[in-house]
Design a protein around this ligand. Structure first.
Ligand code: SOE
Length: 363
């Protein structure tokens, strides 16, 4: 018999929350070889059940108890939005690394404060902008120079899970979700991805929002936007626009972007993540994910051979693995940190302000 020695100490993980996204985090942490030390939920029974389902060692009926337990090195905050800031700040205060769901906070100043606290404490603090970890997104980023000067960035992020008045969720409640919804919940992913791929920054924007389902059966009158359109300009002089909606029939989780430059275009659709469209005046092609031919930057995010479709789990797993590697002192290119979470919160606030007051807002 041969003994398998681990090269580095196991990261001990604590997950706060027991819903869908907590399950994704738990799976990714086990996949990364971490020890799932504890799960917490305000509802003790939910914590216990989630602990069993996730394969955790312990369950806590309080997030504070988990943070103060001394049993974890990193805390994953997977709660409704209003709890992100207090719990992440508490974890930082306790000297723990943090992965906090987006939006980092329900307002930008708090998100900026959180990024500052993590920086001052010298702790790894990451935000799951997981779509950065699709291999073909990395490929687009690596090939950006092929486009020449970028002139136009456009796209959409469309879902339909809140289409009916009987559809409801804590995100609709401003007390839990924050003053905005669709822009912070999914628009934040789109903004992050665009700035990540282009390395450019949105400098001003003009937004409109709309509440389409005015009343929801369970929660009553709706105050947060079901959809938004945003026009913007970037530091390099590109123009852009995006539509985000949670009431677009038939669209489930379609994050799409297209970037056009002087010598080519790229298009990427999160629901077909194995492909990147390369547009050209003389001819266009569909580049299919294949670790044998991908750039060095994309290959690490392509663990499966070509033709064996990767998806959401793979990019989430890669995000969590890169966060833990960073905690262990390694460098991982493109890890979305609290600085990126604060940046997305600033853009979200700017869009909400523009929609409220009318006109362009600098950001
Ligand atoms: C719901 O809109 C949701 O689960 C978002 O909260 C996630 O961030 C997004 O990745 C998928 O849709």
């Amino acid at each position: 018999m041969l003994e398998i020695r681990r090269e580095s100490a196991e990261v001990r993980v604590g997950i706060i929350g027991s819903g869908f996204i907590a399950r994704i985090h738990a799976r990714a942490s086990r996949q990364a070889g971490a020890r799932l030390a504890a799960v917490a939920d305000v509802d003790e029974e939910a914590a216990l059940q989630a602990g069993r389902r996730f394969g955790a060692e312990r369950a806590f009926g309080s997030a504070d108890a988990l943070i103060e337990s001394g049993l974890v090195d990193v805390v994953h905050v997977c709660t409704p939005n209003h709890l992100h800031a207090p719990l992440a700040l508490k974890a930082i205060e306790a000297g723990l690394a943090v992965i906090c769901e987006k939006p980092l906070a329900t307002d930008a100043p708090t998100a900026v404060l959180m990024a500052g606290r993590a920086r001052e404490a010298g702790l790894v603090a990451a935000v799951p902008f997981a779509y950065r970890f699709h291999a073909m997104v990395r490929e687009a980023r690596a090939r950006l120079a092929d486009l020449g000067r970028v002139s136009l960035i456009q796209g959409s992020y469309l879902q339909d899970w809140l289409l009916k008045s009987s559809d409801d969720n804590w995100r609709v409640d401003p007390e839990k979700g924050g003053p905005g919804r669709t822009i912070g919940d999914i628009g934040s992913h789109w903004f992050d991805l665009i700035e990540f791929v282009t390395g450019d920054r949105i400098t001003k924007l003009c937004a409109q929002t709309s509440v389409v389902v005015a009343d929801r059966v369970h929660s009553g009158p709706v105050l947060t936007e079901d959809l938004a359109t945003v026009q913007f300009a970037t530091a390099s002089g590109a123009l852009g626009s995006v539509a985000v909606s949670q009431v677009a029939p038939g669209r489930k989780n379609r994050l799409f972007f297209e970037i056009s430059g002087a010598s080519g275009s790229f298009a990427f659709d999160q629901e077909s993540p194995e492909q990147l469209w390369l547009g050209g005046r003389e001819g266009s092609q569909l580049l299919v994910r294949d670790p044998m031919t991908l750039s060095e930057a994309a290959a690490p995010y392509s663990p499966l051979p070509a033709g064996h479709p990767q998806g959401f789990h793979d990019c989430f797993d890669a995000f969590v693995a890169d966060t833990y590697a960073t905690i262990s002192g390694e460098h991982r290119e493109g890890l979305p940190t609290f600085e990126d979470g604060a940046r997305a919160a600033l853009l979200t606030d700017a869009a909400l302000r523009s929609a409220r007051e009318g006109g362009w807002v600098t950001c």
